[in-house]
Design a binder for this molecule. Structure first.
Ligand code: UD1
Ligand code: CA
Length: 462
């Protein structure tokens, strides 16, 4: 096994995005472009991964800084793709093996394609292997120029010519350079230094390496792509939208193949790091984002957004709910119109009904908060009934305070629990109470009748 190293070019400006953000940080189908590339690159289990940054390098580094083991090389100024790769040299000095070169703005590349590229490259003992594709509209791409073909055999790759430097005949060539390559590490950096910049753009072109290698008698191979969509890059908002649609449909096809029902795949938005188990049904306009995990046999109704949350098996999420950084346990039901905010937990078989908000709150097994409640900083036990309109008054203007409701308690409708407060096991809070002290048996806010008050008030006014 030879070592594999990945270098991702992400220093370019991306002028056509017309954006104050770096191009590779634009998001498509739930991840930034460069995260899609890194996800594919990681499947090669590289010993080294280097991202070449330049334009707005601090932003790109900050966005990727949390990924362990990632190295950055700074390219300043940006003098072309050959010059960009050269900047990775200090990170690869003294290493051996294969360098896989990727572009930070080409997010559709499949792991299987990368594997095929590396396998062909090593099997043939090549110095460089270029991933190529045949396309109907090769405009804008570098063209693959081959030696004269012999006896029906396709000629070997001789050079890559950029569109702007190509002759009319070369522009007719339909085979293009994907900008993705495998290189043997050993001759690479010495050869890169011999690339010149006498071309239409005055840049150091990485593809010039092909001609240099061939002249030096080093083997250059190609691998052709079956689906040329894989190497599409993003240069504009239009292309970003197209890419998003493709990424989404690829992901949705995978999910359906694994046993998930998507009622309307065109409006299911399921992020790349989300998992969904079999026999779950997802209705239209559902957004599943971040590290969300959905169990088996769940039903997620229309217009629901779930972010970084765990939903266990057999859960029903009714229409129009937002759930973030929370856990909904087996057999629970949530919504319609519920808001589950971070660090909340809905227990096994529990019910959260319409217009109920949970924040940093645990609702125990079998408990119900079915209507119009705010439950914040609350720990609620099992089989508790939280009546309609119950409010935990958790904030005194300065600090947040906790509410504890123990197993089997009953909170009558329209009650306020002024925290810190505790309702004991099996205790009752009568409807319409404002509770400021712990309740152990039953409590009710005291009603004061003032005889003739209404009449006196009217008189006073009239
Ligand atoms: C490049 C190839 C072309 C190929 C095409 C495939 C060259 C000269 N041409 O053209 O043969 O068909 O990709 O998409 O390589 N970058 C840097 N630093 C630089 C310049 C570019 O990091 O100084 C990065 C860009 O951010 C981008 C990648 O390299 O991620 C490709 O650069 P780009 O300018 O888009 O090259 P193309 O003109 O598309
Ligand atoms: Ca490009």
């Amino acid at each position: 096994m030879t070592d594999t190293h990945v270098v991702i070019l992400a220093a370019g400006k991306g002028t056509r995005m017309k954006s104050a953000d770096p191009k590779v940080l634009h998001r498509a189908a739930g991840s930034s472009l460069i995260e899609h590339v890194l996800r594919a690159a990681d499947t090669l289990r590289p010993s080294t991964t280097v991202v070449v940054v330049g334009h707005m390098s601090d932003r790109v580094k900050a966005a990727l800084g949390k990924r362990p083991g990632l190295r950055f090389a700074l390219q300043e100024p940006q003098l072309g793709t050959g010059h960009a790769l050269l900047q990775a040299e200090p990170h690869l000095a003294g290493r051996s093996g294969t360098v896989v070169l990727l572009s930070g703005d080409v997010p559709l590349l499949r792991p299987a394609t990368l594997r095929a590229l590396v396998e062909t490259h090593t099997a043939r003992g090549a110095a460089a292997t270029v991933l190529t594709a045949r396309v109907d509209r090769p405009q804008g791409y570098g063209r693959i120029v081959r030696d004269d073909s012999q006896r029906g055999q396709r000629g070997r790759i001789a050079a890559i010519v950029e569109e702007k430097d190509a002759t009319a005949a070369e522009r007719e060539i339909g085979e293009i350079n994907s900008g993705i390559y495998a290189f043997a590490l050993e001759p690479l950096f010495t050869a890169l230094k011999s690339i010149g910049a006498t071309n239409a753009q005055g840049e150091y072109y990485l593809p010039d390496l092909v001609k240099i290698y061939r002249e030096r008698g080093l083997a250059v191979e190609t691998v052709s792509l079956d689906d040329p969509r894989e190497i599409l890059g993003v240069n504009s908002r239009r292309e970003l939208a197209d890419m998003t649609a493709i990424l989404r449909s690829v992901r949705n096809e995978e999910l359906m193949a694994s046993g998930v029902t998507l009622i309307d795949p065109a409006s299911a938005w399921i992020g790349p790091d989300v998992t969904v188990a079999a026999d779950t049904v997802i209705h239209p306009n559902v957004y599943l984002e971040g590290r969300t995990r959905i169990g088996a046999r769940c039903e997620i109704h229309a217009c629901v957004r779930i972010v970084d949350s765990t939903i266990d098996d057999g859960v029903v999420i009714h229409n129009f709910c937002v759930i973030r950084e929370s856990h909904v346990r087996t057999g629970a039901s949530v919504g319609p119109f519920a808001h589950i905010r971070p660090q909340s937990e809905v227990g096994e078989g529990a019910h959260v009904g319409n217009f109920t908000e949970l924040k940093k709150t645990t609702l125990g097994k079998g408990s119900k908060a079915n209507h119009l409640s705010y439950l914040g900083d609350a720990t609620i036990g099992e089989n508790v009934n939280v009546g309609a309109g119950t409010i935990t008054c958790n904030y005194d203007g300065t600090h947040k305070h906790a509410t504890i409701i123990e197993d089997g308690a009953f909170i009558g409708s329209d009650s306020q629990l002024v925290a810190p407060v505790r309702v004991g096991k099996g205790a009752y809070v009568a409807a319409g109470s404002s509770i400021v002290e712990d309740v152990l048996g039953i409590a009710r806010g005291k009603q004061v009748n003032k005889d003739g008050w209404a009449a006196r008030r009217k008189k006073g006014k009239g």
